[in-house]
Design a protein around this ligand. Structure first.
Ligand SMILES: *[C@@H]1O[C@H](CO)[C@@H](O)[C@H](O)[C@H]1NC(C)=O
Ligand SMILES: *[C@@H]1O[C@H](CO)[C@@H](O)[C@H](O)[C@H]1NC(C)=O
Ligand SMILES: *[C@@H]1O[C@H](CO)[C@@H](O)[C@H](O)[C@H]1NC(C)=O
Ligand SMILES: *[C@@H]1O[C@H](CO)[C@@H](O)[C@H](O)[C@H]1NC(C)=O
Ligand SMILES: *[C@@H]1O[C@H](CO)[C@@H](O)[C@H](O)[C@H]1NC(C)=O
Length: 487
């Protein structure tokens, strides 16, 4: 496997060159992530609901923990503003509230430690922040540092018991031969992460509402939750719109709702060509995407994410003026890396959240999740054929994924702090490293029939259902528990 050193001292120019050569193939990959939702705009539910619902699993792993984010977690390091921030940012646009300056200075002093921290070879016990924690629980267990461990109990549903598996994620249907990838659970180093208990989850969510905001991976996550809960209850479709990208599901027995809002860029967008989705999108990086920002105020929990779409050809606007582009032919426009738009999109998303007057909910930022093509680019025979997870010391993220992740963490810290001033709770569901370790969880060639003419032969972006993405809901349950116990 590839192990990339983290290059600290890049100049602006070399960064851009390096980045563009490295991620050129991602343009096309991102296109695929774009196209899959188009090919599968509708959730192709397996039509027949099963007649016998499998009995809910009682106490799966009855291990209690009241711990919360550790001070060792890299999130505490994100005071440390890396040199690369200056490279893809107009200094005038960098929002650094006055109290941040101190952290910047500390950041410079500590930068030597960054590499170790980002490779997650362990914290050095000198965290200096207090973000992300719930209210006063045990702060010594970092849920997101750990290993995948064997779990013979898995999986907790199949394609015959759950009707919410979308075609291209129904890996068993398309003949995936191995099943070991279904038999792992996440084990934080310092504590246990209980597997989601659907009865307990539904009881916990009684009278509550949950929203997903994001792209097809957010939908993948939502479908995983519907499947895990399908052991106990089926929701009704109570969508108010006919647009398949905006759905609402209601669990009437629990008065619990799940909604999904399609917003792959999180900000207001326009197409340069109405009829051709492969043409660049215009991103109005300072404008809210009202399709979700006007809707989430009523929700108790909002899970927001964004990722692969930022590698697509895009034109960047601020104040309706063009300020740059990614993979555009025009030489007159300043070319900018993906992190440029990613940073501003998150900044605007947090500004939108923090401007809500009556929002009483909790926002979970589900962090950037890398893809796993090996042996070639996605369209050059690259594939994800591994059948078991990595150990945490066996894999290091590619540079471009790391840059996206770091960018997101920096904006999260600013957004979270602003939120605290306004009484808005924003916290992180840090799936980046957790999923970096799961090259075995993607559909690969089992997202379609062998002879089917599809754009992406091997899908190493989405996740099989059932599959490792089910663990995201173990995290969700634990994070909600922690937040609620701290309220
Ligand atoms: C479920 O997976 C099995 C293989 O495990 C496959 O034969 C079957 O067609 C799939 N069923 C559905 C409804 O997808
Ligand atoms: C917090 O968790 C750690 C390990 O996760 C444990 O050793 C410690 O006893 C816990 N502290 C409290 C107060 O529960
Ligand atoms: C769930 O959705 C239904 C239909 O839109 C609505 O009447 C109900 O109030 C919602 N419940 C919650 C808890 O938001
Ligand atoms: C990773 O750590 C394990 C012990 O946890 C060790 O056996 C293994 O050799 C290590 N692998 C690498 C590549 O360092
Ligand atoms: C696959 O689809 C593409 C685009 O729709 C088409 O150009 C191509 O000829 C098709 N290939 C086969 C083998 O059907």
């Amino acid at each position: 496997m590839k192990v990339h050193a983290i290059n600290e001292g890049k100049t602006q120019l070399s960064t851009r060159r390096k980045t563009s050569s490295k991620i050129a193939h991602l343009v096309a990959l991102a296109l695929i992530v774009t196209i899959i939702p188009i090919y599968y705009p509708y959730i192709h539910y397996i039509l027949e609901k099963p007649t016998a619902i499998p009995s809910p699993i009682d106490n799966l792993l009855n291990v209690q923990t009241t711990t919360t984010l550790s001070r060792h977690h890299p999130i505490y390091r994100s005071h440390i503003i890396p040199t690369t921030q200056k490279e893809d940012d107009d200094p005038k646009l960098v929002v650094v509230p006055p109290e941040k300056k101190e952290h910047r200075k500390r950041g410079r002093r500590k930068r030597g430690r960054r590499e170790a921290v980002l490779k997650r070879t362990g914290g050095d016990g000198d965290g200096d922040g207090d973000v992300g924690g719930g209210g006063g629980g045990n702060k010594s267990c970092d849920l997101f540092s750990g290993e995948w461990v064997e779990n013979p109990e898995g999986p907790y549903y199949t394609n015959t018991t759950c009707w919410a598996i979308q075609e291209h994620q129904n890996c068993m249907k398309f003949g995936r031969p191995d099943q070991d990838f279904l038999k792992w659970r996440w084990k934080p180093n310092e504590c246990e992460l209980p597997v989601l208990d659907p009865v307990q989850f539904l009881e916990m969510m009684r009278g509550k509402s949950l929203a997903f905001v994001g792209d097809s991976v957010a939908r993948n996550h939502m479908q995983s939750l519907l499947c895990l809960l399908s052991r106990v209850a089926y929701p009704n479709d109570v969508s108010t719109s006919s647009d398949q990208n905006f759905r609402r599901w209601e669990y009437p027995d629990y008065n619990f709702n799940i909604s999904i809002f399609w917003s792959p860029y999180l900000v207001n967008t326009d197409r340069t060509d109405r009829n051709d989705i492969t043409k660049p999108f215009k991103l109005y990086l300072d404008e809210f995407d009202e399709s979700w920002t006007s809707q989430i105020e009523q929700f108790d929990y909002v899970i927001i994410s964004a990722g692969q779409w930022f590698f697509r050809p895009t034109m960047f606007y601020s104040n309706r003026f063009i300020i740059g582009c990614l993979y555009c032919p025009e030489s007159s426009i300043r070319h900018r890396p993906s992190t440029f738009s990613y940073r501003r999109a998150w900044r605007t998303a947090f500004r939108a959240i923090n401007s809500l007057k009556n929002f009483k909910g909790i926002v979970f930022l589900r962090s950037f999740v890398p893809s796993h093509f090996e042996g070639g680019h996605w369209d050059k025979g690259g594939d994800c054929v591994r059948t078991k997870p990595f150990k945490s010391n066996e894999s290091v993220m590619e540079d471009y994924s790391l840059e996206m992740y770091k960018t997101q963490l920096q904006e999260y810290r600013i957004g979270e702090r602003e939120g605290r001033k306004n009484g808005v709770k924003i916290t992180i569901m840090d799936m980046t490293q957790v999923m970096q370790l799961r090259p075995d969880g993607h559909p690969s060639k089992y997202g379609h029939w062998p002879l089917q003419n599809v754009t992406m032969a091997n899908d190493c972006v989405h996740w099989c259902l059932p599959g490792p993405i089910d663990a995201w809901n173990d995290f969700l349950m634990e994070l909600i528990k922690r937040e609620e116990s701290g309220r």
